[in-house]
Design a protein around this ligand. Sequence first.
Ligand SMILES: [Zn+2]
Length: 299
Amino acid sequence: MRIGIDLGGTKIEIAALDRDGATVVRRRVPTPPADYAATVARIGELVESVERELGEAGTVGVGTPGSPSPATGLMRNANSTVLNGMPLIADLERRLARPVRIENDANCFALSEASDGSAAGAPCAFGVILGTGVGGGIVANGAIVRGANGIAGEWGHNPLPWPKPEELPGPRCYCGKDGCIETFLSGPAFARDHAAGGGAPLDAAAIVAAADAGDPASVASFERYLDRATRAFAAVINVLDPDVVVLGGGMSNVARLYDAVMRRLPAYVFSDSVSTRVVAAAHGDSSGVRGAAWLWPAT
Ligand SMILES: [Zn+2]
């Protein structure tokens, strides 16, 4: 049995997969707010309760915001900043008395979709989470590409490509820079951009619904979003040239985003033809927790 944990800023999700990859248990609990020790304890209790219920011990993989630093083993780059600087792997291994694997949540997402989801069989997949934050992960030939610094795919904190004058310097990002892709493409960023452009204070889903209903301000906001998403993907395609770009997170539920982005890609991709597929995650919001379980081979 493989157990996956998706440790988010507001909830912790656990899933147990059987040897065929089917989910046999899945549940979620709130993340203890701003309390690292309580978070480690909560994960320990979740694993133990699932193992008691199923009468079996499992391997444990954890998807987190940010990732452990290859240099120190300490967590870094997490937007839920309570994790940063903490020895999460060592603390979980002590609590659970077994080896634990930890990966960035976008890497877990990409691994899940490349293993048995929308990017299954693709030689190279770029997984993108467009949610409250923006993350990316790369899976090539079935394996996560980590990179020398453990940040491969961390594209949300690159600057927005081909910026227009009104997009400079761009919004301030929590990482300390201005105009990161995340500050344009996250759900909250979309809502902020809409309000800044004179639109009503709506969340991302409501703006898309208003655009569908023909509201001119919402149509304009969504068009800006689509063009920025296309530029951000095109810059990755020009470097990595993945076969599939697979999207997760709240914005991935916008059905008409896919055709709209693929129609716009040829304007930015350095090629006479563009065959890259931009697709929605097959496993929806359980991709993260499934990918965390996939961090260990089937036993
Ligand atoms: Zn940033």
